[in-house]
Design a protein around this ligand. Structure first.
Ligand SMILES: [Fe+2]
Ligand SMILES: [Fe+2]
Length: 297
């Protein structure tokens, strides 16, 4: 893609941003009570749905579990957004501020600022712990936030954005889901469509510029990002909220055919796109992808 194409896309995305951007502080009624009997994620997407552990839970506990699951997804969302904002601002620092693609990068940071406030407010309203990657995953996140450029930067971000987008498109349309979650999902889906477009084009452009050894290393980082997203979307600590040991819950979810199908379904779009770009590499990268649970059977 030529520089002109890049700026043509950015110009279109800037126009869309001006027309369709939402302030969650105004758009969302944060004081509204939760609706009795409604779940916080579509019930068939709960990680324990259909398992023996699920059968032992009361309906109230099932709803409570979905509350912690949506908090976990939002916590991972904030975490990835905070990494993305750092990467975008660092990239912008070197750009010509009059160029539309540079201005779009800055506009996207603005979107992500509002999203992270929105997710943070939602987690506070849910009253759950803040679930976010810790240990080695946290260190990897810090490393990516400080060093990622090019293919690995945009591929890692796309994995998180596209998976979240698939889950939220379903949640926003599901009437058995709490209105707060549906509204947060709707705002995020509208604005993320632009980010996905931008990242997909940037990724394809950066790959054409990258050398072979650079790509081999990036594929490994991308595989690790896929593994992190696949295994940390539902933080095992959520199971504590319904009296289930985190390790027991994690094992049950990993063996649960419904949950495995959910992860494959959520990963389908990004897996297809990265495969087309030949970014799902062989060797250790492929093992990470397999362990992520996102690949088709
Ligand atoms: Fe976002
Ligand atoms: Fe985004």
């Amino acid at each position: 893609m030529s520089v002109t194409d890049r700026d043509r896309t950015a110009t279109r995305l800037l126009r869309s941003s001006a027309e369709h951007s939402y302030d969650p502080a105004i758009e969302i009624d944060w004081e509204a009570p939760f609706v009795d009997g409604k779940y916080f994620v579509p019930v068939h997407r709960s990680s324990l749905y259909g398992t023996a552990l699920w059968d032992r839970l009361t309906e109230e506990q099932r709803i409570e579990l979905t509350k912690h699951e949506v908090a976990s997804i939002a916590g991972l969302g904030v975490w990835f957004e905070t990494i993305l904002m750092q990467l975008l601002i660092r990239g912008y620092f070197k750009q010509d501020p009059t160029a539309p693609h540079a201005q779009y990068a800055l506009t996207e940071i603005g979107d992500e600022c509002r999203h992270s406030v929105m997710f943070g407010k939602m987690i506070a309203r849910l009253g759950t712990p803040v679930y976010r990657p810790h240990g080695i995953d946290e260190l990897l996140g810090q490393w990516i936030a400080h060093t990622a450029t090019g293919p690995r930067m945009f591929a890692a971000i796309l994995i998180a954005e596209e998976i979240l987008d698939t889950l939220q498109r379903e949640a926003m349309a599901d009437e058995s889901v709490q209105p707060l979650v549906r509204m947060v999902s709707r705002i995020h889906v509208v604005e993320e469509a632009r980010h996905v477009r931008f990242a997909r084009e940037e990724l394809a452009r950066q790959i054409r510029r990258a050398g072979k050894s650079r790509l081999a290393f990036d594929k490994l980082v991308i595989g690790r990002a896929a593994y992190l997203t696949g295994t940390r979307l539902i933080d095992p600590r959520v199971y504590r909220a319904v009296g289930i040991d985190p390790e027991e819950g994690r094992r049950a979810a990993r063996a649960n055919p419904h949950h495995r199908e959910t992860m494959r379904w959520a990963g389908e779009r990004i897996v297809t796109y990265l495969s087309e770009l030949d970014l799902i590499g062989g060797g250790p990268a492929k093992s990470l992808w397999k362990a992520s649970g996102l690949l088709p059977r």
